[in-house]
Design a protein around this ligand. Structure first.
Ligand code: SF4
Length: 127
């Protein structure tokens, strides 16, 4: 994954229009093994394994989506995503949250186990 990151870095730096802070951020990619994403490293990844909710809290954007339009991330997609994040952002937090109620995923505990196995400095979810 880091090799692909370095390839992306090379392509981006070839663009003469890339200047200033953005160029500095791109130049920081892949330099520090503890922080491969350099200056654009996320300290908190929010992942949304569920689209849908059985409630309709007034403050939540879920109210804007169609009711009963349930979608769940597949375990394969989840595992691949965790492995990518683990390699590119080994020190950070992960939130199993977002536009939907994560705990309604039929394999919610397996999702959490995958996160803990692949990488985990902190995990939270919207219980
Ligand atoms: S996702 Fe959470 S905040 Fe949004 S409607 Fe469901 S329970 Fe409420």
């Amino acid at each position: 994954m880091v090799e692909q990151l370095l390839e992306i870095k090379k392509c981006l730096l070839a663009d003469k229009l890339l200047v200033g802070e953005m160029r500095t951020a791109v130049e920081s990619l892949g330099k520090n093994p503890k922080r491969p994403l350099g200056k654009v490293n996320s300290w908190w990844w929010w992942l949304e394994p569920v689209h849908g909710c059985n409630l309709a809290c007034v403050f939540c954007g879920m109210r804007l989506f169609k009711r009963n339009d349930w979608r769940f991330v597949s375990m394969e997609t989840w595992r691949v995503t965790m492995n990518i994040i683990a390699e590119l952002s080994p020190y950070g937090k992960i939130g199993i949250v977002g536009a939907g109620e994560s705990t309604l995923h039929p394999d919610f505990y397996e999702l959490a186990r995958v996160v803990a196995a692949a990488w985990c400095s902190a995990v939270c979810c919207d219980l």
